[in-house]
Write a protein of this length. Structure first.
Length: 280
């Protein structure tokens, strides 16, 4: 009995958190480690309540990461070509296979809140008149649905952006936007022909040097952005939780690639959160 009581007081569970692939500037290491620790603690506080809380634990951890300006999710996200934040988020429950996601949604601080509610409604089954509940909502439609479900949101997209858009993200956007404008005018010096505009935009958005010695020898885009103070994080943040009975859930959130076209949503995000399947 004593052993059982001790086990109840110290439940065993698992939480894994990541803050995105790419080059993280050493100056941001402390902030990122703090964000990961706080995300783990947020998930742990939910999982300690007992089994069946995995989706809530994943959502709690991801909200911490979305609220932290050092990650590319929620506040501090990469900006779209027109200078706004549009977020993607997804979550999946391993036992039921329930999945929820939002894409390119503006004016929302925590996209994972909407995704989690979509997943939970999947678990409830068909709604009125047998209508199948939505799984994946995008853009303004996702925002309107969230409001209809009483998820608290800023009054307007402009109000949300006052909090979501950080000075760091704005400086990065101004830098990339100037490069794009120069390239369009035919005066850019990033080594890409004007006729290959789509390649140039991809290079701006997805430059993620892994070998810094090689990047420093490249006189193109990578060398311009490879200063130690610059983060080149274009990836998602993600969380996996396993409760005391082995139930699993996973989720991811992202602001997307820098200078993306408004309305663009990433397939990588859905892959990141669908790595858990119903147990045999």
């Amino acid at each position: 009995m004593a052993e059982a009581e001790s086990a109840d007081q110290n439940p065993r569970f698992f939480v894994a958190v990541h803050v995105g692939a790419g080059f993280h500037a050493p100056s941001n290491e402390k902030a990122l480690r703090s964000a990961m620790k706080r995300a783990c603690l947020a998930a742990a506080s939910v999982l300690r309540k007992g089994p069946g809380e995995c989706i809530d634990a994943v959502s709690a951890a991801l909200q911490v990461l979305e609220d932290d300006p050092s990650t590319n999710a929620g506040r501090g996200s990469n900006l779209t070509e027109d200078g706004h934040v549009e977020c993607d988020a997804s979550i999946m429950d391993g036992d039921s296979g329930a999945f929820g996601a939002v894409g390119a949604v503006p004016g929302v601080r925590n996209g994972i809140q909407i995704a989690a509610l979509l997943a939970k409604e999947q678990m409830l089954g068909p709604s009125l008149l047998g209508r199948i509940p939505p799984i994946f909502l995008v853009g303004e439609g996702a925002r309107v649905w969230a409001i209809s479900k009483d998820i608290p949101l800023p009054a307007s997209i402009a109000e949300a952006d006052k909090w979501l858009v950080t000075e760091r993200a704005k400086r990065q956007w101004e830098k990339f936007k100037a490069m794009l404008d120069d390239a369009k005018a035919g005066t850019g010096e990033i080594g890409i022909k004007r006729s290959s505009g789509h390649q140039m935009i991809a290079a701006i958005s997805e430059a993620q040097p892994c070998d810094h010695s090689k990047a420093n020898g490249d006189h193109g885009l990578s060398s311009n952005l490879n200063a130690p103070e610059d983060d080149l994080i274009m990836d998602t943040v993600g969380v996996i939780c396993v409760d005391t009975e082995g139930h699993i859930a996973s989720g991811a959130s992202s602001g997307g690639i820098a200078l993306k076209v408004s309305g663009r949503s990433s397939l990588r995000l859905w892959e990141s959160s669908t790595l858990c399947y119903p147990r045999e």
